[in-house]
Structures are given as C-alpha cells and as structure tokens.
Ligand binder design. Structure first.
Ligand SMILES: Nc1ncnc2c1ncn2[C@@H]1O[C@H](COP(=O)(O)OP(=O)(O)OP(=O)(O)O)[C@@H](O)[C@H]1O
Ligand SMILES: [Mg+2]
Length: 270
C-alpha cells in the first residue's frame, strides 16, 4: 500500500477527550479522514461514537483535544459555523422538517447552501417562503426543483417527492435525511447508523449514495452496527471501545484483529 501524504488529510481529530462527570465517553482519540474516503467507525453501545460526532460537528465542545478541517480549527466554533465550513451530519434518530413536502425539504437544504446559509439551516421558516416562493426567483426555483429531484432519485425516494414529511415511514425519513445532507455538498459527511431500521432495498440505496458521495470527493465517516455492510463499504476503519480507539486499519485487518473480535465483532455477528 502506498502511504498517503498528510497534506491530503481533510479532517483531523487530535487527542480528543470528552468527559461527562465521571464518564470518559471519548478518551484521547486521534485519527484523520481523507477526501474521497469512507472511514468506518465501529464499536459497541456506549463506545463514544455519537459523542465523537457531536464533538466533530460542534454540538459538544471536547474536554480536551481539537478537530480541524483542511488546517482550519473547528473546535470552539458554533454548530452553524462548523456546518458552513463543510461538515454535515445525519442523526441516529432522523431529524425532519415538518410542514414541508419531501421535495421542499431538499429544496430548503439546497437553498440554504445557494444563498450562503448553513446546514442544518437555522431560520427555516424564513428561508422557505422567501427563498422558494417569490415570483422573481422562478428560474432559481426551477433549478432547485430539478436538483432536488436528482437527489431524491439518488436516495431512492423520487416517488415520495410530493408527500408530506409527516407521512414518511422511519426508513424513508432516513433516506430523506441523507438526500438533504448531500444537498449541501459537504466536505465531510457524518452518518450515525444510517442503515438501522431500513429494509434491504433502502440499505442498498444508502450504500449506493455513500459510494457516490465518496466518488464526489466527500470524506464520509460512517458509524454503523451492521458490521458486514460497514466492512464492505469502508476504505478504512477505526474501532472504539469504552471511549478508546482500540484499532485502526483496513477493513480486513480490523475484522481479523483478535482485540476487535473480543471487544465487539464476536458479539455483533452472533
Ligand atoms: N450528554 C451526556 N451526559 C452524560 N453521559 C453521556 C452523554 N452523552 C453520552 N454519554 C455517555 O457517554 C458514553 C458514550 O455514549 P455514546 O452515545 O457516544 O455511545 P455510542 O458509541 O454512540 O453508542 P450507541 O452505539 O449505543 O449509539 C456512554 O456511556 C453514554 O452514556
Ligand atoms: Mg450512538
């Protein structure tokens, strides 16, 4: 394997520790993720995966350590600032924009990027009527609609474009959340268990979207308990256990690592 120069690292996580009272949720974790790579993040329940995503996305400030993107320090910035730097995430429980159709949800994310906003867009209610409704913007609106439909098709939910978000099943919400996240063309995409609760067709749609994002040069961080799927789509894997990083390597190396099998994979495959 050829060593990849550090200069191509997109996201750098350096010595991040996150303590909640007596709980050491993330314990001195360091790794980097590169553009056009899927980095799998594995580990048992409570290992610190979501906490790590919270730290990277600016939801929580780490007790110590820092995160940077292309050399720019993210730690200490607001969620909105981190998002506008190019870090986008989906959640373990999908977050929906109620009161919009499926297509409108994606259009709002597209408009947020187009008009210099952030993602997740903060002033949603203001943005939707002024960004999408004014007659002078008909051309922009048609372009947004076209792009939204491409994203919906990519996520396998083109047929749901005109449905109210409230009417979606859980798996459909996940697919919409992913389409919305991709709409902002992130540099780094954090996916927290994007396959959980999905049927096999939906799993295929998400995996195809992840691969497409990688081809587009996105650095994808993928937290997932479906170990087989994670190992098949990831280029590299890091493994957390009780907040500590216990392994890092190629999927095949990590899957064969006795420490990882002991801590996690053994149980997960049973
Ligand atoms: N806000 C918080 N306050 C206190 N403890 C927390 C908080 N958030 C997380 N923790 C604790 O930190 C540890 C790591 O939790 P985290 O949610 O990051 O794990 P996870 O790897 O995402 O687990 P899962 O696979 O179940 O989603 C757990 O012990 C959890 O109880
Ligand atoms: Mg979690």
């Amino acid at each position: 394997m050829t060593a990849i120069p550090v200069a191509t690292a997109t996201l750098e996580v350096r010595s991040v520790t996150m303590r909640f009272g007596g709980v050491l949720a993330v314990d001195d974790v360091s790794f980097s993720a590169r553009t056009g790579e899927v980095l799998g993040v594995m580990g048992p329940n409570g290992a610190g995966k979501t906490t790590l995503f919270n730290v990277i996305s600016g939801v929580q400030r780490p007790t110590s350590g820092d995160v940077s993107l292309r050399g720019v320090r993210l730690t200490g910035r607001s969620v909105e600032d981190v998002a506008s730097c190019g870090v986008t995430r989906t959640f373990q429980t999908p977050v929906m924009f109620w009161g919009l159709t499926v297509r409108e949800s994606v259009e709002v994310a597209l408009a947020a990027r187009e008009f210099g906003g952030t993602y997740p867009p903060a002033p949603l209610r203001e943005l939707a009527p002024c960004g999408l409704g004014s007659p002078g913007r008909r051309h922009a609106q048609a372009a947004l609609r076209e792009r939204a439909d491409v994203l919906l098709a990519g996520a396998g939910i083109a047929a749901m474009a005109d449905r109210a978000t409230e009417s979606l099943a859980f798996g459909e919400e996940r697919l919409l959340e992913l389409a919305r996240a991709l709409a902002v063309e992130p540099t780094v995409l954090l996916l927290d268990e994007p396959l959980s609760g999905l049927n096999p067709d939906e799993v295929d749609a998400v995996i195809a979207s992840i691969r497409a994002a990688r081809t587009d040069g996105v650095a994808v961080l993928l937290v997932e308990h479906a170990v087989g799927e994670l190992l098949s789509v990831a280029d590299r894997v890091v493994v957390l256990d009780h907040g500590r990083m216990i392994a890092e390597g190629l999927p095949a190396q990590v899957a064969a690592d006795p420490v990882v099998i002991d801590a996690y994979i053994g149980d997960e495959l049973e």
